[in-house]
Ligand binder design. Structure first.
Ligand code: GLU
Length: 324
């Protein structure tokens, strides 16, 4: 099937309620695609079975629809590249692992469990993905590997090439991280769970995604993903990273700053248009927060208006999220 239209996706992890920060990424991704009359995919990144719950997934879809966002393909809508839940796509990841292994991109890593546990979730900054292996495992002899494997099953790591992967970001501009930034990363944990970086790339390739717009916390994951595209022989999509929302204290917007989940705001009687207009203003897309539906904002979509830095919201901003 040939793809002529732009295709974007929103790929949330159903491990909690949708909050303003996720809603902003979803809105910006949706606007980018709708402004070009493209197609939107909703993909559930539910690989971390311990954290992801069906109830969160159901709530998430409901919250998105309530906001006025829609998608052509997704767990509810189906589509040509179903399933749209990562937990149901393991054979595709295993297939990609087979290719990477054959081509010599992977090695077994016996580093500690703590390092490897976080790999299934999208990192909020590379540090949160766990310490990289210092590379010792990359150089183990067959005998050393066998000795370690007798005690512990290994994780699989992708060996980052020793060069930079610069890219032109649709919002951030030219982005260059140093060669090997973040180190070799886990593509399959010792317990068999597939790593976020691999799953996201395999799915974006399979689902013919042309444009990825997501939160700034994944900016530094992009070189890793570019290395995976290259290793899998696939053309990468265009990337853009929208701003993170911070509370008045400078930390990521969260419960401690008040009601930040859409479900809560809705329960308090806040109309969806108030939130959408507020998000558009916070991100720099419009100057003054006025109630608006996502549809109404399509005409004002200009990636160059979107802020290139985290948005620190003061108390007035938070207070503006009040029902009439
Ligand atoms: N699932 C990731 C998250 O919840 C987003 C993945 C992506 O957009 O690449 O943060």
């Amino acid at each position: 099937m040939s793809v002529t239209r732009v295709r974007g996706r929103f790929a949330p992890t159903p491990s909690g309620r949708l909050h303003l920060g996720n809603a902003l990424s979803a809105l910006l991704a949706w606007l980018q695609i709708r402004a070009e009359s493209g197609e939107m995919i909703l993909r559930l990144e539910d690989l971390d079975r311990a954290r992801c719950k069906p109830a969160y997934a159901a709530q998430l879809l409901e919250d998105m629809r309530w906001l006025g966002l829609d998608w052509e393909e997704g767990p509810d809508a189906g589509g040509p590249w179903a399933p749209y839940e990562q937990s149901l796509r393991s054979e595709r990841y295993e297939e990609a692992l087979g290719i990477l292994k054959r081509e010599g991109h992977l090695y077994e890593c016996f580093c500690s469990r703590a390092d490897l546990l976080s790999a299934a979730s999208a990192p909020h900054g590379l540090a949160s993905e766990g310490a990289g292996c210092a590379g010792e495992c990359r150089r183990l002899t067959e005998a050393q590997k066998a000795e370690r494997a007798a005690k512990k099953s290994p994780a699989l790591r992708f060996a980052m090439p020793d060069r930079a992967f610069p890219f032109a970001d649709g919002i951030a501009g030219t982005v260059v991280f140093p060669a090997g930034a973040g180190g070799d990363f886990v593509v399959r944990r010792a317990d068999g769970v597939i790593g976020y970086q691999l799953a996201v790339v395999v799915d974006d390739i399979a689902m013919r995604v042309t444009d990825v717009l997501r939160g700034w916390d994944l900016l530094d994951s992009t070189p890793r993903q570019l290395a995976l595209y290259e290793a899998l022989g696939a053309a990468p999509p265009r990337f853009a990273h929208g701003p993170l929302l911070l509370g008045p204290d400078g930390s990521r917007l969260s419960k401690r700053h008040g009601s930040v989940s859409l479900a809560e705001l809705r329960e308090q009687g806040l109309p969806a248009e108030r939130i959408v207009g507020w998000l558009a203003a916070a991100s720099g897309l419009i100057e003054i927060a006025t109630d608006a539906s996502p549809r109404e904002l399509v005409a004002v979509w200009r990636p160059e208006r979107v802020k290139r830095e985290a948005v620190r919201l003061n108390e007035d901003w938070l207070a503006a999220l009040m029902p009439d």
